[in-house]
Design a protein around this ligand. Structure first.
Ligand SMILES: Nc1ncnc2c1ncn2[C@@H]1O[C@H](COP(=O)(O)OP(=O)(O)OP(=O)(O)O)[C@@H](O)[C@H]1O
Length: 541
């Protein structure tokens, strides 16, 4: 079987086991990688030797580049490396890692030197899955969760969550984070970025707790996100994946009583998930020791390093003692890349697919609607059997707008609609989300609080009533219509109020193959000359 064929099968999630076998057979050229060191022959003069037992070093350990003879010695090697502080998770002694692409195999009888089949395969996997990497010593992508030396219980939890195999972003980000690398990762909305950081975080925390028994349990990891809703979701997922392990979490968001949050942290938690504002509040008023935090995650990093959040995030970061940093978003600019590089030495940059592009699974339907006609257009859509696909989210630009529009929808169309935004109390926001997610309310009108990160189960239609004020937010908002590649639709109202976004919007619509309204194209030429005129005047002053 050709290698490319087997990689295709991985991508299509078919015959997964067969595919893994194919990869290891190609690697070994015989019957798979040797499990035990005693099955390996002695090294002949001039041949590479296993760094652990001295037998023939038939393989190269992917994570350390050392010569090794078998899975057994790889495991010993990784444990030694981990103990020296590289933080590769030590595997439980009874379990050998699965035989897969984690091994390079050398052609020993070849006078022309070594042929590195495995790096070729890794590159092939990366190319097929559109994984791009920048940086030193980035481990090979994994093809299964079991090839990462994760705790058995964590693997069970992953399976119970329904994750049969890693998503492309997880394939690359998890092994890289597991060896302690700081990462800046971009991948489509809804592509599985959350587990890409939670799996290594949980694995590290649980290992650390099993190995160290301090008098006082201080937090070991921290995840910051921009909204309470996203924090709640991340914490829930963390609890699910960390079930049965020495891994407890604390949610630190505004709107919930601080006393409860501080009490929970004092009881001993491994992970804090929070929004920057509330965390600073808590750190200023209470004595929370952060010196054991070794993993610092910024979800929606471009938003977190934007003015507004940046100072708070940096204040928290400076209170930590040089943790590993994991940063994720679907949209990452060069400026964010520069800032990320200044926060961590030797940061690795991973991107899956084309960065900053909308999820291909979301069909974009831009409609030119004058401002005063937007409400009527929305009512038409919501009352059309053909066009309304509940549950749906309608995005607006202001809190007041959200309240007014949700009332108007209910009154005019009779469809039960609620609004959600940052001014509503936390309890109410939780209840609104609950009734939307269980299907009691088919339409929700939201501001940016539901724009990023949150997965709104069952939502396949979003309507951008007001265009957000950047194309980045546009990518995130329309991304709510699809999770894991399921098809969704984004209806987008545009008009001359959004001229500042036209050039980028047209580019994005064209590159996604979406129809571009004639008015938008016409306005674009006007925008161009108007923009240039403004610039000239400014320079003239
Ligand atoms: N390996 C997997 N197999 C199956 N489902 C998965 C896997 N990994 C994650 N998921 C599910 O995919 C959905 C989307 O994942 P997630 O919320 O992490 O996306 P995301 O990339 O963070 O999106 P966004 O950019 O919108 O925040 C979630 O419901 C999650 O439970």
């Amino acid at each position: 079987m050709e290698i490319s064929q087997s990689v295709d099968e991985v991508y299509e999630y078919k015959q997964f086991n067969l595919c893994i076998n194919c990869v290891s057979q190609v690697s070994d050229g015989r019957n798979g990688v040797k499990e035990r060191s005693r099955y390996q022959r002695e090294a002949l003069p001039g041949e590479p030797k296993c760094v652990i037992c001295g037998r023939y070093g038939e393989y190269i350990c992917d994570e350390t580049d050392d010569d090794i003879c078998s899975l057994e010695c790889k495991q010993t090697l990784l444990c030694r490396v981990a103990n020296k502080g590289m933080r590769a998770a030590p595997a439980p002694p009874q379990r050998l890692p699965a035989t897969d692409e984690c091994y390079y195999v050398r052609e020993s009888d070849n006078n022309s030197g070594y042929q590195d089949f495995s790096s070729y395969q890794n590159e092939l996997v990366r190319r097929k899955l559109e994984i791009n990497v920048k940086g030193d010593v980035i481990p090979a992508p994994i093809l299964s969760f079991s090839s990462c030396n994760l705790q058995q219980r964590l693997l069970q939890n992953i399976e119970a969550a329904g994750y049969d195999m890693p998503m492309p972003v997880q394939m690359q980000a998890i092994p890289a984070a597991m060896i302690g690398k700081s990462l800046l990762v971009s991948a489509d909305t809804g592509s599985g970025k959350t587990a890409s950081f939670l799996v290594p975080v949980i694995s590290h925390c649980a290992n650390f707790r099993l190995e160290h028994l301090p008098k006082q349990k201080k937090p070991l990891a921290m995840v910051l996100t921009p909204t309470r809703e996203l924090c709640i979701q991340v914490e829930e997922q963390a609890k699910l994946l960390g079930k049965g392990l020495p891994f407890k979490t604390a949610l630190v968001v505004g709107g919930d009583a601080m006393a409860g949050q501080i009490y929970r942290i004092q009881q001993g938690v491994e992970l804090i998930v929070g929004t920057p504002g509330r965390l600073i509040d808590l750190l200023v008023k209470h004595d929370v020791e952060l010196d054991d935090i070794m993993m610092f995650v910024l979800d929606e990093v471009d938003c977190m390093l934007q003015r507004g959040f940046r100072d708070q995030v940096m204040q928290i970061f400076r209170a930590l003692s040089q943790p590993q940093i994991l940063m994720f978003s679907a949209t990452i600019s060069q400026e964010v890349e520069k800032m990320a590089a200044s926060m961590a030495k030797d940061i690795a940059v991973v991107s899956v697919g084309k960065p900053n592009q909308p999820n291909k699974a979301v069909k974009q339907l831009p409609i030119w609607v004058e401002s005063k006609k937007k409400k009527q257009k929305l009512f038409d859509i919501l009352t059309s059997k053909q066009h309304f696909m509940p549950p749906a989210v309608v995005y607006v630009g202001s809190r007041l707008g959200a309240d007014l529009l949700s009332n108007a929808i209910t009154v005019t169309t009779g469809i039960k609609t609620l609004s959600i935004h940052g001014e509503k109390p936390m309890k109410e926001r939780r209840e609104i989300m609950q009734s939307f997610l269980v299907g009691e309310v088919p339409v929700i009108v939201a501001t940016g609080v539901l724009g990023r990160g949150v997965h709104l189960l069952g939502v396949r239609q979003v309507i951008l009533f007001d265009m957000p004020n950047s194309i980045k937010e546009y990518v995130h908002q329309i991304g709510r219509a699809s999770r894991l590649g399921e098809e969704g639709t984004a209806i987008v109202f545009v008009n001359e109020e959004n001229t500042n976004l036209f050039p980028e919007l047209v580019e994005i619509l064209k590159s996604s193959g979406a129809a571009v309204p004639r008015e938008l194209i016409n306005s674009l030429s006007t925008v161009g000359s108007f923009g240039r005129g403004c610039k000239k005047r400014k320079h003239g002053c």
